[in-house]
Design a protein around this ligand. Structure first.
Ligand SMILES: *[C@@H]1O[C@H](CO)[C@@H](O)[C@H](O)[C@H]1NC(C)=O
Ligand SMILES: *[C@@H]1O[C@H](CO)[C@@H](O)[C@H](O)[C@H]1NC(C)=O
Length: 252
């Protein structure tokens, strides 16, 4: 067996009693290689996944596992940041099979991270993403035929963009996305020199209500039963605002 990295994933561990959700990028070894580890592409060996599951078992956390939704795609030659082509699901299949063989419980599979239109460096067209999440759903159903223990499928875990979210849910259709996930960083990039003004401006802070309303409207239209999940959240992006995030002012 080739022991190069094959699983490229992000993992989210949450527990009701924990206030924060950790987001760690992981790559796991497996049967077919997807790349060599480097600074941007870490490697999580299978025995590490085993160790993590010991930790999950002892702590009783629910695990939502973020799958790499860029596998198999190529960068667009025409539009910067856009990735095209179909998602390759073999890697996710290998991972799920291994996870099932070990008896590990995964509460939900999240498809990609911040790839909706207003992404962070990489994005996928909503139609393509909608088609691929159906592929993921079918894979999850095939490998977990018992509906009682079937992991949920979540997406897109990106910033809200009305047009993008609309097309995504329209294409994915009913009974595919169990939770419509989105990210909130309502103060914007942490390096903004005007951050202190934003923090103290109620009308600026109130703008986030529009985001919640927007997401709810779209979900009510397409998938009222799936619910809106805030899957990643903070005040300022990029690890917070220097000299402000750890202060009283950030409490506004
Ligand atoms: C931990 O593993 C044991 C043995 O497989 C199992 O009986 C128990 O239910 C697991 N605990 C949790 C919280 O998953
Ligand atoms: C991506 O590019 C590779 C190499 O040029 C090609 O073989 C492959 O078919 C392309 N995949 C898609 C999805 O366009």
């Amino acid at each position: 067996m080739d022991l190069k990295c094959i699983f490229s994933l992000a993992i989210f561990v949450s527990q009701i009693s924990l206030l924060s959700t950790r987001n760690v990028n992981l790559v796991i070894q497996g049967a077919t290689s997807i790349g060599e580890p480097d600074d941007k592409f870490g490697c999580l060996p299978m025995d590490r996944w085993d160790e993590l599951n010991k930790f999950f078992n002892q702590t009783g956390v629910k695990v939502a596992f973020g799958l790499n939704a860029l596998l198999g795609r190529n960068r667009s030659q025409i539009e910067k940041g856009l990735w095209g082509g179909n998602w390759k699901s073999q890697n996710a299949r290998d991972f799920m099979k291994y996870t099932i063989s070990k008896g590990y419980k995964v509460d939900s599979y999240e498809f990609g991270n911040q790839l909706s239109r207003a992404g962070m460096g990489a994005s996928i067209e909503a139609e393509q993403y909608g088609k691929d999440i159906v592929v993921l759903k079918n894979l999850v159903k095939e490998l977990h035929p018992d509906p009682k223990t079937q992991p949920k499928v979540l997406g897109p875990s990106g910033y809200h963009d009305e047009t993008w979210f609309n097309s995504f849910l329209e294409v994915s259709g009913h009974d595919v996305v169990d939770g419509v996930t989105h990210h909130i960083y309502n103060l914007g990039p942490g390096h903004d020199p005007n951050m202190i003004t934003k923090i103290q401006d109620p009308s600026y802070l109130n703008q986030v209500a529009q985001t919640y309303k927007g997401v709810l409207n779209i979900i009510n239209k397409f998938k009222p039963q799936s619910g809106a999940w805030v899957f990643e959240s903070g005040r300022a992006l990029h690890g917070g605002a220097k000299d402000l995030s750890p202060t009283f002012a950030d409490g506004f």
